[in-house]
Design a binder for this molecule. Structure first.
Ligand SMILES: [Mg+2]
Length: 344
């Protein structure tokens, strides 16, 4: 048997190596909830939630209070029928998406140990490893260039650059980075920071200077579908949605609005169930995918490595919180340079 008997939450906090600065947000640490799901065969499935108030509206202390309610819904279910467990956890999609991700992954982790098959193979086993980018937060020009060059020299050939607070400063910083890291490709992420016209102006300057931007991520506000389409139709680069796409319904709307080229899936926004649905929606609609993260520690990062390798669905991987946080633990994955391997 592999029946759920108990659920424990453990609160942890990890510091960032350097403060993580994106549009309208500076974080010095990341609080996570590690989830332990106890089965009647003695196996403990692990998962981890990295909450986001900015994206999900989640408050850390509030999430901790969901433990009894979640356990009440899944107690006595067998993880071999994991879709039945997922259906119960889906009830927390709106209020606690990061917890939904953690508990759903813990279910898969418990099943994986029960049948002796790694989660990434349970999910399809499409890839043996993935390559991640590294994110450079907003900073002054000199520091931005130093950090970008350090990352590029370490083998990160795709760099994710945060922009969106100051258009002219952003243009100067990204052009300086491009000059210092010739041969790299860039994902630029405005985190809602631009108007559509500012975003088009930014992209124009990049294109005129030959900057190899692989995705222009979330240039405009969450609900500004028209603005997103305006940017997509008036810049030379692929445009991606991140904050705009949390659930499968958001993905469907993005397809219908035909306003993006890429969708950025994060387990912390969608859980496993909606992330799987978004993969299918995007692939059916010929949209491309990237996968990102919040401030997950090693356990949370391992979840995304298994999901990304199992589905093999992603053109770009932004799974770098394990490199940005002072948290040495790596759970069910190992890193070699920019390559991340799922382990068992
Ligand atoms: Mg983003």
């Amino acid at each position: 048997m592999s029946v759920i008997k108990n659920l424990q939450f453990k609160a942890e906090e990890f510091e960032y190596e350097v403060p993580f600065h994106i549009t309208n947000s500076v974080a010095t640490s990341s609080k996570v909830i590690t989830v332990e799901l106890l089965l009647d065969n003695g196996i403990v499935g692990l998962g981890q939630a990295s909450r986001s108030f900015r994206v999900n509206g989640e408050v850390f202390e509030g999430l901790l209070k969901y433990r009894d309610e979640i356990l009440d819904k899944i107690n006595g279910l067998d993880v071999r029928n994991y879709r039945r467990v997922f259906d119960q956890i889906d009830k927390f999609s709106r209020t606690a998406p990061s917890l939904k991700a953690a508990v759903q992954f813990a279910v898969l982790d418990g099943l994986s140990q029960t049948i002796n098959l790694p989660v990434y193979q349970l999910l399809g086993g499409r890839k043996d490893f993935i390559e991640t980018d590294l994110t450079i937060g907003i900073d002054n020009l000199e520091t931005t260039v130093i950090r970008a060059k350090e990352a590029f020299d370490k083998g990160f050939t795709t760099l994710k650059l945060k922009v969106g607070e100051d258009l002219n400063h952003d243009i100067d910083r990204v052009l300086a980075v491009a000059e210092a890291t010739e041969g790299a490709g860039y994902i630029v992420d405005a985190n809602l920071g631009y108007t559509a016209k500012e975003a088009i102006q930014f992209a124009d300057q990049m294109y005129k200077n030959g900057v190899n931007i692989r995705i222009f991520e979330q240039p405009v506000d969450v609900y500004d579908f028209d603005g997103m389409r305006l940017v997509r139709n008036n810049c030379h680069y692929p445009v991606g949605a991140d904050e705009t796409c949390k659930t499968k319904y958001d993905a469907l709307r993005l397809v219908r609005e035909d306003c993006v080229d890429y969708i950025n899936i994060k387990l912390m926004k969608s859980g496993i169930s909606d992330a799987l649905a978004i993969v299918e929606i995007a692939q059916t609609a010929n949209k491309k995918l990237m996968i990102g993260c919040m401030g997950e520690g090693g356990i949370g990062m391992g979840q995304s490595v298994h999901f990304a390798c199992g589905t093999g669905a992603f053109t770009y991987h932004d799974l770098d919180s394990c490199f940005l946080l002072k948290e040495p633990q790596k759970f069910r994955f190992k890193a070699d340079g920019n390559k991340l391997y799922p382990t068992f």
